[in-house]
Design a protein around this ligand. Structure first.
Ligand code: 5GP
Length: 183
């Protein structure tokens, strides 16, 4: 699982990891937030209405779900279970509550936290991205400050000040974990 505040560069780092490392299935989450420009339904997320999402919660379709800001986000259970059974590594990009929930259900899961070099840099990146309103940027920054305090619950942390170095470190974590002796 990879967590980190909004704007830290999770998507870019995950794309770099998947390009250079075989045998990883990236889980596609469901969300009730609207697609950002360029995001594709069924590829970046499954974009659902609030009603559909709540119906899926009741139907037991999520391995975990959480509210983040005004929206729901959830991990579809079936796709993850199927991949785990076939021995593939599954990568979830997920916020901290959801990550803790998965760790409780699947204790062998590995948690990696991506950190920005500083809060000021994170704010600059969120503003440069230009996809959120001022209110959402402030909301994301306030969530980020709380999330960063929870890094102690994670197995690894990677600081994204240099994107290539951070991508290398993420790759190293995957390689090291694949070499682990499981008792
Ligand atoms: P964004 O709106 O920036 O795509 O995502 C907001 C937050 O939701 C990020 O921290 C992201 O990691 C998290 N997130 C994405 N998918 C899931 C999910 O399936 N479950 C949970 N709990 N969080 C998710």
């Amino acid at each position: 699982m990879v967590s980190g505040p909004s704007g830290v560069g999770k998507d870019t780092l995950i794309k770099m990891l998947l390009k250079t490392t075989d045998g990883i299935y990236r889980s596609i989450s469901a969300t009730t937030r609207s697609p950002r420009p360029g995001e594709v339904d069924g590829s970046d997320y499954y974009f659902l209405s609030k009603e559909q999402f709540e119906q899926d919660i009741l139907g037991g379709k999520f391995l975990e779900y959480a509210q983040y800001g005004p929206n729901y986000y959830g991990t579809p259970q079936e796709a993850v279970e199927t991949r785990c059974l076939t021995g593939e590594d599954v990568l979830l990009e997920i916020e901290v509550q959801g990550a803790q929930e998965i760790k409780r259900k699947l204790p062998h899961a590995i948690l990696v936290f991506l950190l920005p070099p500083s809060i000021e840099e994170l704010e600059r990146r969120l503003r440069n991205r230009g996809t959120d309103s001022e209110e959402r940027i402030l909301d994301r920054l306030s969530i980020a400050k709380k999330e960063i305090e929870l890094v102690r619950l994670y197995d690894y942390k990677v600081v994204n000040s240099d994107i290539n170095k951070a991508a290398d470190e993420l790759r190293c974590i995957v390689q090291a974990e694949r070499l682990r002796v499981v008792n």
